[in-house]
Every structure is written in C-alpha cells, then in structure tokens.
Design a protein around this ligand. Structure first.
Ligand code: ARG
Length: 508
C-alpha cells in the first residue's frame, strides 16, 4: 500500500519520469494564491452545510493561511519547491497534502469533499484571468492616454500617409496616432467584455456530473466575487472556449501593437528619419558604433507571433477533445499565463516608446513637400471650381505628375506654363490656365490639410473631435474597470476578514 494522496486504486507509485512528464506543479505558481482562496471559500461552504464543524473549519483555514503567508515570505516558487513531496502532480494535490500533513487526515482529509480538481482548476484559471483582464485593461487605458497626449502635441505636424507603402495623401501625425487610439479602444472593449464570460464560477460542478453533497454553489461564488455560475457541470469543467476567446483577443491586441511597432521601425530608419526613439528604448551593435537599433519593437513584433502561436496551440489542444475533463487541458494553462505576461510587458514597452519618441518635424514636412501627395486635393479643387467629371481631372493631374517626375521630380507648380497648356488642350477640359497655375502654387501640404475637412480626416479641427470622443469613451471604460476592481477588492478583503474571524486567536 502506498500513502500517496490520490493513489487509492494503484498498487504502485507513478514512475519518476512519468511524474515529471505529467506534473504542472511548477507552472501552477500562477494559480497558487487563487487555489488557496478557492479552497478557503469551499471550506466555509462545507461548514455552512455541516460537513466541517466550526472547530475543524478554523483549523483548516488556519493551515491554509499559514501556507498563504509562508509562501508570501519565502517566495511562492521557492515555497512550492521546498514543500514538494515527490508525488504531487499539481498544486491542488500539493496544497491538500500540506494541509493533511499539518492538521492530520481526520480534518484535512475533508477539504476535498464535494469538489474535484476538475472544477477546482477552472476556478483558479478564472480567478487568475479575471485579474489579468483588469491589469491589461488598465495598461491599455494608459497606452491610449499616452497616444492622446502625443496626438495633442502633433495636431499640425505634417506627415505623408501611405498606401502600398507608397506616398498617398498628406496627413497629420495626430491623425495617425489617433487611428491607433481607436484601434486600441476596440481592443480594450474586446478584452473588457471577456471579463463577463470569465467571471462565472464553476466550483461545485465536481468531476463532471455534480455531487451528492448538498453544496451551495451560490455561496462560494459570492464569497469569491463571481457574477454568477456556470450552470451546466459538464460545460463548467470541460469547456475552455472563454479562455480561448481571451487568447484570441490578446492575439488581436498584439497584432495592433505590432503594426505600430512596424511603422516606428520603418520611420526610424535613416531613409525615413521621421522619428527618433529614445536611447532608453534602443539597442546598439557590438561592432558598428554608429548603430541605434529598435530592438524592443522588433521583440514586440516577434512576441506577437508567439502569442498567435499560443492561440493556435490552444485551439489545436481543444479541437479533438471528447467532452469532460481531459488532461490535455492542463497544457492550456501556461499558454494563458505566458500570453498574459507577454501582453502586459508589451504594453509597458509600447507606452514608454510612445511617451518618449521624438518627431523629426522638418523631415516629415520635407518628405510630404517632395511627394505628390497633394495631387488628389488639386483634382478635387478643380472638380469643385469647374464642376467637371472627376475622371477627367484625374487624367489631367496624372499627366502633370508624370511630367514632374520625368523632369527631375520638380514640384507641380514648376511645370512650364506652355506644357500645362498643352495638357489642358489635349484633355479638352475648360480650365483657365492662370487659375490652374495658381491652384498648383497654392495647394501645398499644409493647405491641403485645411482644405480636406471631411469627417474623420487629418484636418486639425477633426483631430479635436476625435480626441474628445476617445477621451469620453476612455472615461466609460475606466469607470467600469474601477467598479470591477473595487468590487473584487472588497469581496476578497471581506473573505479574508471572515477567515481571520473564524480562525480567531490562532491567527495572531
Ligand atoms: N493539473 C490539472 C490541470 O491543470 C488539474 C486537474 C486534474 N484533473 C484530473 N482529473 N486529472 O488541468
């Protein structure tokens, strides 16, 4: 006979290599604290329904609190390693073993009544993700705020806008920065919405089919601050779709950040020289002394691929699983923890870069001036002045640009007047030559921004409108976040107090 906790049927211990292969103990450091809290709530409920006497409850809670505080002092991973009993497959088994070792099997052996590791592990995951969602939402709000600060600074900073990476139209730096504020606002909306699906309690679903113990699922859910229950015990223990949804939202967020990274990498090349990253956010070369490399942005770009990879792994882990808990599900956990960690770090790096990058306004303007990005503005002015079909003007301006490019990239208004006249004659458009020449002279990048006033355009007035609407939305999300945080903080605090009161003098 062995005395190993869960091996009641087996005559032999688990092979050592198999244990190493199976065990999630080390990675479970991420849910260690939540597992204790969940067990404490479960034991309070067991007391409420008469499975644990008040004296037993107080001993159990005290023992669990000791684990909580000792691990805090020692460092959780250190605590896990130093308390390893050479047979535990995961943190649930380890914590139960420590309690039994501490207060004996007669009392400690009762704590797993009416639950299974299958509902226990999802409970822990959900509690951890709840916190991750709030942390990431908070970080995202900060990044969006930083984008707005920089946008306010650069309402009049001219830059070229690109399509196909070719100069397209004239824009403003604020317009660019705000485009990602809107994008990240949607990321915030997605991630924030996943909270509702995650914040439901699976506890009490037991292994798959519920329990004969008259448990009170609502009681444990409310002690732990859940909005409600996952109603169906099969669904509660074996589904992971809400976690995968969370991972997919993180992947989408990372792709947004990665696109900003890509722009900044490009813009900080000598060829563009639109922006300069702060020294704090750039690396160098071991051999080329002149180098200033955007390594943090490159790492962010590759981490995006890693997060996407983890989403794909999680989908593949799930897709062929029969209903009910399967051990494959264990491998989903590190994918969640690692993705959350990468996203938090990436947001922090991105915020620092946004806060500190310098815009080389002279260069952005120079490049816009050299481009033919005003071509469409010229065409549109002609359409409005002469009410001629756009398609005809498109051709005329196209010919002007063609001439300018083949004659040394001259500005459009430096096209010889007789050449312009020839083009006008062959196009059969009735436009006054002098007026056309003065339009060519007049419509330069700065002017073009003022002329383009359509809703959502780079026009400075439009920027003000956008800033206002983003700031308004941010306030709403920040309010929801604060409410969630306060509610959870108060709930967990209350739970701690109930535990301390139950323990009484022993706790001091
Ligand atoms: N370590 C497991 C996990 O992370 C806990 C659940 C194990 N349940 C089981 N029936 N083997 O998923």
């Amino acid at each position: 006979m062995n005395n190993i906790l869960y091996r009641s049927r087996q005559k032999e211990n688990l092979d050592k290599d198999v244990l190493n292969f199976l065990s999630s103990l080390r990675e479970d450091v991420n849910i260690f604290y939540y597992d204790i809290l969940g067990t404490q709530a479960h034991c309070l409920m067991l007391n409420k329904i008469g499975i644990l006497t008040s004296d037993e409850l107080s001993k159990v809670l005290y023992s669990l609190n000791k684990i909580k505080y000792q691990s805090k002092n020692e460092g959780t991973i250190q605590y896990i390693i130093s308390n390893e009993l050479s047979f535990e497959e995961d943190i649930h088994e380890q914590i139960e073993s420590i309690v039994i070792r501490d207060i004996g099997i007669d009392i400690g052996g009762k704590i797993h009544t009416g639950r299974s590791r299958n509902d226990q592990v999802v409970l822990d995951i959900r509690m951890k993700l709840r916190d991750d969602i709030m942390d990431i939402s908070e970080d995202l709000i900060s990044v969006i705020k930083s984008l707005i600060v920089r946008a306010k600074e650069h309402k009049d900073t001219i830059i070229s806008l690109y399509t196909h990476l070719q100069q397209a139209q004239i824009g403003t730096m604020s317009h660019y920065l705000l485009s990602y504020s809107f994008n990240l606002l949607r990321d915030l909306d997605r991630i924030s919405s996943s909270f509702e699906k995650i914040n439901l309690s699976p506890l009490g679903s037991c292994a798959i089919g519920g329990t004969g113990i008259p448990i009170d699922r609502n009681y444990t859910a409310s002690l732990l601050g859940f909005q409600g229950l996952l109603e169906n015990s099969i669904d509660a223990t074996s589904s992971r779709d809400s976690m995968i949804e969370y991972l997919s939202f993180l992947s989408i967020l990372m792709t947004s950040l990665s696109r900003i990274a890509e722009d900044f990498i490009l813009w900080s090349t000598s060829e563009f020289n639109y922006i300069e990253l702060s020294d704090k956010y750039s690396s160098t070369s071991s051999v080329m002394p002149q180098k200033k490399n955007p390594d943090p942005l490159e790492i962010l770009r590759s981490r995006t691929s890693i997060v996407i990879g983890m989403l794909i792994s999680s989908l593949s882990i799930i897709k062929n699983l029969p209903s009910g808990y399967n051990r494959d599900l264990q491998d989903l956990k590190p994918l969640l923890w690692n993705s959350s960690k990468i996203v938090k770090e990436s947001l922090c790096i991105m915020q620092g870069i946004i806060d500190t990058f310098k815009v080389n306004k002279k260069n952005t303007l120079y490049s816009a001036n050299k481009s033919y990005g005003v071509s469409l503005d010229i065409a549109e002015q002609l359409v409005m002045k002469y009410n001629i079909p756009f398609r005809k003007v498109h051709k005329l301006v196209g010919q002007l640009v063609q001439y300018a490019i083949t004659h040394g990239n001259i500005p459009l208004d430096k096209t010889p007047q007789d050449e312009v006249n020839k083009m006008l004659n062959s196009s059969k458009i009735k436009i006054d030559l002098d007026e056309l020449m003065s339009i060519l002279k007049d419509i330069k990048p700065k002017k073009s921004i003022l002329l383009r006033k359509s809703y959502g355009s780079p026009n400075p007035l439009q920027q003000t409108g956008m800033i206002n609407s983003i700031e308004k939305s941010l306030l709403t999300y920040a309010k929801v976040l604060t409410e969630r945080k306060e509610l959870l903080f108060t709930t967990i605090n209350n739970l701690d107090n109930v535990i301390l009161n139950t323990i009484g003098d022993k706790g001091n």
